[in-house]
Design a protein around this ligand. Structure first.
Ligand code: FMN
Length: 195
């Protein structure tokens, strides 16, 4: 029987996407970035609010500096939440060479305007659109949730030109994968009711 999944169809891309944590040095050009952002804003949005805004960073020194700052904030947070215990799971983060953003050449930060009921939902839907669009173009992505608190500090927001009424919601790295993209397994959907 023929494979019913059409190459690069939505279902194909959904199954091919995997978080990428190793990238080549190849830089993404502005047209590619615009394509990804245009795909992101096609996401559904509550009461057509379109509360998202984007910061694109391709300055690798700045990305490394943001990694160092976010790592520090994350480690402090982890220590506080896990009372030191369990924070050891984050030992690799202590390595000064460990880059939170895996040396990706592009970091796209999705920000949401105010924290209304569905602002985060809208921004995460935009994030998934962006990641699936990237996958369809054979680009890799990874959400870096551990950087959110650090990126939301007033100092970082000011440096990145993020107005006070916006919050960082989804930092996503993008680049050309260095090697095959691995996918991870999922549990079967747990169906609570089907009446
Ligand atoms: C909200 C969120 C935060 C995440 N934060 C990180 C992160 O800080 N660092 C990282 O390497 N991966 C991060 N990930 C990626 C997950 O680890 C990954 O999606 C998960 O292991 C499933 O693997 P897959 O994306 O390859 O299917 C995050 C994913 C989500 C949705």
């Amino acid at each position: 029987m023929n494979d019913p999944v059409i190459p690069n169809s939505a279902i194909d891309v959904i199954y091919r996407r995997g978080s990428v944590r190793s990238y080549t040095a190849q830089k993404l050009d502005p047209d590619t970035i615009h394509l990804l952002l245009d795909a992101a804003v096609r996401a559904p949005t509550a009461i057509h609010g379109e509360p998202w805004a984007f910061v694109v960073i391709q300055d690798t020194n700045l990305i490394k500096r943001l990694s160092d700052g976010s790592k520090k904030v994350f480690m402090e947070e982890a220590r506080r939440i896990h009372h030191d215990h369990g924070a050891r799971a984050f030992d690799t983060f202590k390595d000064p060479d460990f880059n939170f953003f895996y040396n990706a050449g592009t970091l796209i930060i999705i920000c949401g305007k105010s924290m209304g009921l569905f602002v985060a939902a809208d921004c995460w839907l935009a994030a998934e659109n962006l990641m699936l669009a990237a996958c369809s173009m054979n680009l890799g992505t990874c959400v870096i949730g551990s950087a959110v608190t650090g990126l939301n500090s007033p100092e970082v927001k000011a440096e990145l030109g993020i107005p006070a009424e916006y919050s960082v919601i989804a930092p996503i790295i993008v680049g050309v994968p260095d090697g095959e993209v691995a996918t991870t397994s999922r549990k079967e959907p747990r169906i609570l009711a089907w009446k």
